[in-house]
Each structure stands twice: as structure tokens, then as C-alpha cells.
Design a protein around this ligand. Structure first.
Ligand SMILES: Nc1ncnc2c1ncn2[C@@H]1O[C@H](COP(=O)(O)OP(=O)(O)OP(=O)(O)O)[C@@H](O)[C@H]1O
Ligand SMILES: [Mg+2]
Length: 368
């Protein structure tokens, strides 16, 4: 190809082409290079050292390594702005001491990739939100269903249970039982109590009692709960850290119920650390909500169980009833709050409760 033809050919290329002489100076460039780097005339760029237009890259000693494909370089335009380029480097046939760099601007691709990555992140977050929303819906549906079942079971069981209880009283009163039979009546009575307790608890978790809302210091509630669990905490060698914000968190709550919710969570945390560990209780304000994070370094919850832990009667404990978290959930939701859990097997769990700062009345309370 003649020199003029070669120039035409290079100037019609979309890619930037730069020829560098053996001193590392720019010998020739095509139109695409001028456009890419913001120069008007070829004379402005010819004889400049290549380092002037390319960041952190030297052509010294490069010849022995050629050809090189798809090198990610950063060109610098006339104003010093960085332009990412993908460059193929070869020797020049017409000037064997020269090297030729053919580069393509990849900033658009990079922007596109970063936009795509961002969209992917947003999609993932939306999906997780949807998933969490679905879990919440399933959970509240389950609780509503449990409530209906519990109410009818409670009704059906309480009457015959009262009869059994009264009959045992009659037997005891009339001295109709021989002393060796006492232990059996005791067992019957204990079990009547147990059934009564379970039914009441089940009713509680499905339909939390009407709220008696009063302004109360949440930190005080947490301190009281920790105080009541002190014996267990000390016995198991658990270190407690209170990471409370300095601002006084006075919220309108039903103190008895919120205390019960926190006690269930803190008891679970203690029970998850039979051989000791750290219990951290952190609080903070977040927009219209007050957050309480109860974190333990205990055995954690296997991923497959996370969806079930708020179900009534789900328990992995020997003596567990499995109502603690269902009750807790009912209480927090009836306060207009939410409860979230994060856990890793063998690493620990963290429950985050958010309570609204301004207590909005629930529909049932407004109807009154
Ligand atoms: N902090 C925690 N660490 C590990 N597992 C937990 C934790 N909190 C809850 N769990 C799991 O969730 C299950 C349900 O908890 P929940 O409090 O409802 O019932 P329970 O503690 O088993 O019994 P109880 O009715 O006496 O509270 C537990 O059995 C346990 O498997
Ligand atoms: Mg529990």
C-alpha cells in the first residue's frame, strides 16, 4: 500500500492507531486518535513522548514481547482526562523499529458494565424485599389462621378440662383417694395446669391482648429484663455489652408486653450460648423508628429453620414450647413494629426490632 493509501486507510478506521518510534516518541496518529484525545491537528501530538498520552505505561523493552493483545491501558486526553482503552500492540512492517498501538475506547462499555452491575444490585435488593414481604405475609396469615384454630380449640378443650379439674377436686375432698393415689392426682393436676398454660399462651401469641400504651423509657425496659436474667447470664459466663444511644428513647408502648417480647429474645440468646459468649444489645434511632438489636455469639440458626422460627410450637430445644418468638412477633407487630433476624450457624444470631416513634393507632383501637 502506498503512503497516501495507508493514510486514507488509517484515517477511515474507527479505532485509534498510534505509531511509536524506537525513542518512545509518537511518529504518527490517525484521525480517530486525534478525536479520542481531543487534539485538532496532527502536529500537536507528533513527537510527544508516548508517556504524555498514556498513564503508567512505557514502551521501553516492549519490542521483544510483541504482539500483545487486548492490553487495558489508560490514555490521557489533551486536558489530562483518563480514557480506558483496550489496545493491541504489534511491530510496524514499514518501519521495523516502530511499534503500533491499535486502541478502542472502552469507557462506554465500562459505564455500561457499571450500570448493569448497579441494576443487578437493585434487582437483587428488590427481590430480597419482595421475598421478605412474602415471608411476612405468610407469617401473618399463619398467625391469623393459628388464632382462629386456637380460639376454637381453647373453647373446646377448656370446658372438658374444667370438668376434669372439678372432678379431681371432688375426689380429693371426699377422701375417696387412698394415700398411694395422691401422686396420680398430682400428675393429673399438673397436666391440667400445663394444658391451660399452653392454650392461654397460644391464644396470646395469636391475639395479643389489647395494648395499654404509656410513654416509657425503652432502655429501662431492657435494663430490667437483663436484671431479671442476671442469674442465668452469670452462671453461663456470658458477657453483656449495652451499646445504648445517649438520647432518651421514650416511646408509647405497652410496657408489660414489650418487656415480655425482649425477655423472650434475651432468653433465647442466653439459651443459645450454654458455654458462654457475648450478648450485645444496641439501640439507635432510624428515621421514624427506634431500633433494638439483640445479638448473641451462640449456636446460630440453620438457614432451613429461619423461616420456621416464628411459627407457633416450632422449637429445637428439649424443654422448649416454641411459643417465645410467636408471642414476641405478635407483640411487636401490634405495636406497629417489625422484627428481623440474621443468623449464621455456629456464629450467632441477631434480632432487630424496630418500633415506631409515633405510635399510630391500629384499626381495632380506633373503632372502639
Ligand atoms: N438466639 C437464638 N439462637 C439460636 N436459635 C434461636 C435463637 N432464637 C430462636 N432460636 C430458634 O428458634 C426456635 C424457636 O424459638 P422460640 O423462642 O419461639 O421457642 P423456644 O425458645 O424453643 O421455646 P420457648 O417457648 O420456651 O421460648 C428455638 O427453638 C431455636 O431453635
Ligand atoms: Mg424461646
Amino acid at each position: 500500500m502506498g503512503a497516501d493509501h495507508e493514510k486514507d486507510f488509517l484515517d477511515n478506521m474507527v479505532d485509534s492507531v498510534i505509531a511509536i518510534d524506537k525513542e518512545g516518541k509518537i511518529r504518527e496518529v490517525n484521525q480517530a486518535t486525534l478525536k479520542l484525545l481531543g487534539y485538532k491537528r496532527t502536529e500537536e501530538i507528533i513527537t510527544l513522548p508516548f508517556e504524555k498520552i498514556c498513564k503508567d505505561f512505557s514502551t521501553a523493552g516492549l519490542k521483544d514481547k510483541l504482539p500483545l493483545a487486548e492490553q487495558e491501558l489508560i490514555y490521557l486526553d489533551k486536558g489530562g482526562k483518563e480514557i480506558p482503552v483496550s489496545v493491541n500492540i504489534t511491530t510496524r512492517i514499514s518501519y521495523p523499529d516502530d511499534i503500533i498501538l491499535m486502541g478502542r475506547d472502552t469507557s462506554k462499555i465500562k459505564d455500561l458494565i457499571s450500570d448493569l452491575t448497579q441494576s443487578q444490585k437493585e434487582l437483587k435488593a428488590s427481590y430480597e424485599q419482595l421475598q421478605a414481604g412474602k415471608d411476612d405475609l405468610v407469617r401473618s396469615e399463619k398467625l391469623a389462621y393459628t388464632g382462629r384454630i386456637a380460639a376454637s380449640i381453647a373453647h373446646e378443650i377448656r370446658n372438658p378440662l374444667t370438668n376434669v379439674s372439678m372432678s379431681v377436686q371432688q375426689l380429693k375432698k371426699g377422701n375417696k383417694i387412698k394415700p398411694e393415689g395422691f401422686k396420680h392426682t398430682e400428675i393429673v393436676e399438673r397436666n391440667i395446669e400445663r394444658i391451660n398454660y399452653l392454650i392461654t399462651e397460644l391464644l396470646n401469641c395469636a391475639r395479643p391482648a389489647r395494648l395499654n400504651l404509656q410513654p416509657y423509657d425503652i432502655h429501662k425496659v431492657l435494663k430490667d429484663v437483663l436484671e431479671s436474667a442476671k442469674t442465668k447470664i452469670n452462671l453461663q459466663g456470658i458477657k453483656v455489652t449495652k451499646d445504648f444511644i445517649s438520647k432518651l428513647p421514650v416511646l408509647k408502648i405497652d410496657k408489660e408486653q414489650i418487656e415480655r417480647a425482649f425477655l423472650n429474645l434475651i432468653t433465647n440468646a442466653i439459651e443459645a450460648m450454654p458455654l458462654g459468649g457475648n450478648l450485645t444489645i444496641a439501640t439507635e434511632f432510624n428515621g421514624n423508628f427506634f431500633l433494638v438489636k439483640i445479638q448473641d455469639t451462640g449456636k446460630g440458626i440453620p438457614e432451613k429453620d429461619i423461616i420456621k422460627i416464628f411459627d407457633p410450637f416450632f422449637s429445637t430445644k428439649h424443654q422448649g414450647v416454641g411459643l417465645g418468638l410467636s408471642i414476641c412477633y405478635g407483640i411487636i407487630v401490634s405495636h406497629g413494629g417489625t422484627i428481623e433476624v440474621e443468623s449464621k450457624s455456629k456464629k450467632g444470631s441477631s434480632f432487630t426490632i424496630s418500633l415506631p416513634i409515633e405510635q399510630r393507632l391500629t384499626r381495632t383501637e380506633r373503632v372502639k
